[in-house]
Structures are given as C-alpha cells and as structure tokens.
Write a new protein. Sequence first.
Length: 406
Amino acid sequence: MHNETQPHLPTHDDEDSSEALSADALLRAYGKESSFFFASPGATWLGRGILASLPIRAGASLDDALPRLFGQARDRGVQRPIVVGALPFDPEAAPILYIPERLERAGRLRHTQPAATESALSGCTTNEFPPPAAYAAGVREALTLMRETALKKVVLSRTLDVVGECDIDQARLLRNLACRNPAGYTFAVNLPPTLRGFTPRRLIGASPELLVRRTGARVLANPIAGTAPRSADPDEDRARAEALLRSAKDRHEHALVVEAVVDALRPYCRIIDCPPAPELISTARLWHLSTRVRGELRDPAATAIELARALHPTPAVCGEPRALARQAIGRLEHFSRGLFTGLVGWCDAEGDGEWAVTIRCAEVEGGRARLYAGAGIVPDSDPWLEVAETAAKFRTLLDALTGGNA
C-alpha cells in the first residue's frame, strides 16, 4: 500500500484487497532514490524520499517525538503515516527514524530457490578487526569474567572492512541478499552520508531474527541463539543441525535469551505462549536454534516500537545479566557497534509494526563496506570455535557482495 502525499493514491486501508503491487517488482525498483526497503515473511516495503525525520540526537524521547512526527506527516496529507528506520545497539544513542515521501507495500517475496547472483563490487581488499587471535584472546577474557563475576553470557563482536575498486552496487547487494535469504528480514536504511560525491550511505542486511511484531493485540517474538555452520554435503549438513539441537552449550545460550524475552513481554501481555524447546531454522550459511513466543496484549495502547524498546537489547546480542554484559562489551570491544545489533523495521500511527534485529549487516558507502559479526560467549565456549562462528556469519554479506556461492 502507499503512504503518500498525493491523496489519489491508495492508503493503508487497501492492503488486504489490492494485488496491484508485486514484492519482486519493489525489490527490482530499489535504487539510488530509494530511502527504505524491508522484506519480511509477511510483507515487503519500499520507501522513496524522506517527508519528515526524527532529529538525530542522543537522548531524544521517542515517546514525545514520534507523535509529533506522525502529526507533521498528517499535516502534509499522509492519511495513515508509518515511521521506518533503525535504532542503535545503545538505547541512549541517536535513532535513525523517518517517514518516507512515498511508502509502497506488497506481499512477501516469492523466491522459491536462491537465484544466481552477480558481484556487487569489482575487486576488493579486506581487513578484520580485531584479527582472529586477538578476538580469541577477548573470548578468553570474557570466560575469566564469568568465573569471577555473576556474568552468564556476553556477545562479543568484530568487524570486517571491505574496500572495492569502485562504488559498490547497493541495489545489486540488496537483491543478492533477498534472493539468498527469502525467509528472513532483508533491509536497507538510508543513513547520514559521510563522504561527498559518493553513493548513498546505507545500512544493508538480511537478518534471520524477528525481535517483535505487533498486529492489533497479537504479539510475536522470535529469539534466535545457538549457531552452527552449514555444509554443502547434505548428510554432513543434517548431522550439524542435529548436533546443534542436542548441544547443551547452545541450548543453555538459547534458554537465556528466551527467558529474557518472556520476562520483558510479561508486563505487557495477559497471555504468553512459549514452546518448551527450540526448533531449527536455517539460512544459506548457518543453522540456528529458534523459539517463537506469542502473546496477547493487556493494553492495546502498547505500540510495536514500545515493545521493541522494552525487549532491546536481548541476551542474543548483549548478554546476561544485561548490565554486566554491557560493561564487558565496553571493556572488550574496541569499536562502536552503531546500528549493528540494534533494530530495523517500521511502526504505524496505530501501533502495529515489525522490528528485526540488525545482524548479518553492513554499512555501505562508496566503495567501502563495514561488515559486522558477533558470537554469544557462555562458560563452555571455545575461543577458536567462536572465531569460526563469526567468520561464518561474515559470509552472508561477503557472498552477497562478491556473488560467491552460498
């Protein structure tokens, strides 16, 4: 459907009856003039231009700012405004939220199998930070903290800088990600530029993890934690999946996240349905443990973005207890995460919306891309296996950049 300044265009009310828009057409239409893209298992969104935006400053109160933003859009002719964008890992840092000039909606992408992909860049050099040995040392420090303090889990991340010979084709990168991850959450969010005369700066990725979706009184959260790399050999691939499902270390890591999600939702929900055991889900590169937590709101005034902020950051991207994990991340990670392990999605003025966790992502500008990957560290973690896990997670974006085989 459309969020549009021109009154003759369809509005949100038409979305259930209109089949005029094709999700794949929206993906193909994404280009330099686009301001937002978000494809989930339920719907696909394409934004063009920016009609109104939230002031980019730390500490701004979203409770006050969002109603004003919706009011500005209505004053300019948008019948049912929708805010889109991303929130950073640090809840106190500045969000990137705006209302596009035009926002089109279609159903889910219809890819039935991964399509052939072409490279989104020409030639490249890469640089890891921290390098593998230093990251493994950081994991060992985290394990020492767990022995000496009440820390149960901490997520440690690293980056991979990719520099191409010319500008990265951001539209091609997005299409590659969407084709390879049809069951996930593929996204592109415009960011303030830092370089003059280059292509737009964007956060682009394909997350497997839904933080929260609100549809009326219904709430769905889908925490994911516990990971194993996939294999090209079908028998080995299935063996890895079954080993992950049996892994006491990964089941423990996953349970910490699910417990935190249920605890955060409990004040908002009169009913919560949480399965007793996780299930397996997969991406082109990885197996994950997944639990779908459903709830029914006590108060319909609780919006999707309010629920997302109550949940964020979960132990899947931070750790447990949260305060100790934040301290450990500040001590052991020597870079700013920015929007990585934050939130990306949308929320309408009635409170419905959908927010995914910004993992498997990169910040892209000109010929440069900074990729991010993290791993959950618990007492049974092996430092070099965590190095391997982050390397496997980099592959989602590396494959989409280079057109490599999944």
